[in-house]
Write a protein that binds this ligand. Structure first.
Ligand code: ATP
Ligand code: MG
Length: 457
């Protein structure tokens, strides 16, 4: 007998924990005040409240073209804060996280790479009223005909689709090309679909709830039988980013003949998205916005480790922030005074950012944690990773968090868990932590070893 068992959600979640899995949002109350422990966050209240204000500004669309710098020592939650901002904004607002070094590529210019990410962070919601045929599929019969080019094969001359709504049914005779898109969407009898009458594109909405049975094994989305007529006007909402539009418009558009097809084979796959093309796209977009068809949704571009950027990128960033369509840019840096690549001298700049850009930024600072806060964070991670810690072990780990770094303490947690379970215990003890300390060096100790020995580890 075949046995079928349900996959439990919680199981799959437990087995995948990333560095920031415990972060669920900024954890602010309705007045924007941070609760000390909330949303996965512990402490760092001022920075969280500042980020809360930024979220409000973004939601009220007052932040376009502005930039924020989250600055503070390593492992004080800068990346976690940026992630929480994106969680607060919800899935509809584009959030594009990158690391400073990602902009260097041999294929595209670094400034162009920056612009690409800028445009990935700007969303456009396009609302269109379209003429559609919508209903539950009650008939789907392709009609075959003799192949007009001769031979024995048959071709599909057209397809008959029957659609049903609460008001009535309609039978449509469609072009074979539409039959292909019906097959691509895997439409079968009992699905609710709509077909755009201008373009013939087919969209599967879901399965009609008349077909919902108790014994359903598939994950399906059931939708009610559409109301109204089969042929009607429907508002269709699409979320795209400006970068999506750039890409769609940059595809080499060859003709149908063999020569131009060959040409495409020889051409590099990626055609460059030029400024000219972007301007063209912008023009069309602003026309749509004026006509009320589209709405601009500035999102967030998060650039972590901004000290990796060089002078050239910084000047470009200044300019990009001033353009009429710009997202909110959030930068993060854990550097104090440091030089900037490409500046041509050894001048040290605060956070590794040139002063003229600093001048445009709102700066949010993150502070080091105290012992109590570190304890709670470690405890939270332990719970998430399904580990339990003896009080002395927690104490010891927290001290590491205070004296070396929070990250080192969190890093030790998992191997200590492995040690305790190989020793047949289900609680991490002080000995496990001490053994881990011997096995894994922290950054200070490893530096010291190297300095003392002048050889390798
Ligand atoms: N206030 C906090 N509450 C809960 N967890 C936190 C908090 N701050 C940091 N963490 C966790 O500690 C770890 C290190 O934080 P994070 O990566 O955000 O530091 P960072 O400031 O970005 O460091 P770096 O400068 O090295 O990039 C992460 O796993 C993060 O989720
Ligand atoms: Mg970080």
């Amino acid at each position: 007998m075949v046995s079928i068992s349900e996959v439990k959600d919680s199981q799959s979640q437990q087995s995948r924990t990333a560095a920031h899995t415990h972060i669920k949002g900024l954890g602010l109350n309705e007045h924007g005040i941070a609760k000390h422990i909330e949303g996965g966050f512990v402490g760092q209240n001022d920075a969280r409240e500042a980020c809360g204000i930024i979220v409000d500004l973004i939601k009220s669309k007052k932040m376009s073209g502005k930039a924020i710098l989250i600055a503070g020592p390593p492992a004080t939650g800068k990346t976690a804060l940026a992630l929480a901002i994106s969680q607060e904004l919800g899935p509809k607002v584009p959030f594009c996280p990158i690391v400073g070094s990602e902009l260097y590529s041999t294929e595209i210019k670094k400034t162009s790479a920056l612009m690409e990410n800028f445009r990935k962070a700007i969303g456009l919601r396009i609302k269109e009223i379209k003429e559609v045929y919508e209903g539950e599929v009650i008939e789907l019969t392709p009609e075959e005909a003799e192949n007009p080019l001769g031979g024995y094969g048959k071709t599909i001359s057209h397809v008959i689709v029957g659609l049903k709504t609460a008001k009535g049914t309609k039978s449509l005779r469609l072009d074979p090309s539409i039959y292909e898109s019906i097959q691509k969407e895997r439409v079968s009898i009992g699905d609710v679909i709509y077909i755009e009458s201008n373009t013939g594109s087919v969209k599967r909405v879901g399965r009609s709830d008349a077909y919902a049975t108790e014994f359903d094994l598939e994950a399906e989305e059931y939708v009610p039988l559409p109301k109204g007529e089969v042929h009607k006007k429907k508002e269709i909402v699409q979320d795209v980013t400006l970068h999506d539009l750039d890409v769609a418009n940059s595809r080499p558009q060859g003709g149908q003949d063999v020569l131009s097809m060959m040409g495409q084979l020889l051409k590099p796959k990626k055609t460059e998205i030029t400024d000219k093309l972007r301007n063209e796209v912008n023009k069309v977009v602003s026309k749509y916005i004026d006509q009320g068809i589209a709405e601009l949704i500035p999102g967030v571009l998060f650039i972590d480790e901004v000290n990796m950027l060089d002078m050239e990128i910084f000047t470009y960033l200044n300019r990009a922030l001033e353009s009429s369509i710009a997202p909110i840019v959030v930068l993060a840096s854990n550097r104090g005074l440091t030089t900037i690549k490409g500046s041509g001298d050894d001048t040290k700049y605060a956070h590794g950012v040139p002063p003229d850009l600093i001048d445009r930024l709102l700066i949010v600072k993150t502070l080091n944690y105290n012992l109590e806060e570190i304890k709670v964070i470690i405890q939270k991670r332990a719970t998430l990773e399904n580990l339990s810690l003896a009080p002395e072990a927690l104490e010891k780990l927290s001290k590491h968090g205070l004296n070396t770094s929070l990250r080192y303490a969190l890093q030790l947690l998992t191997p200590a868990g492995v040690l305790s379970s190989t020793n047949g215990r289900n609680e991490i003890t002080l000995e496990d932590i001490e053994e881990c300390e011997l096995l894994f060096l922290d950054s200070n100790r490893s530096t010291k070893v190297l300095q003392d020995n002048k050889t390798f580890l």
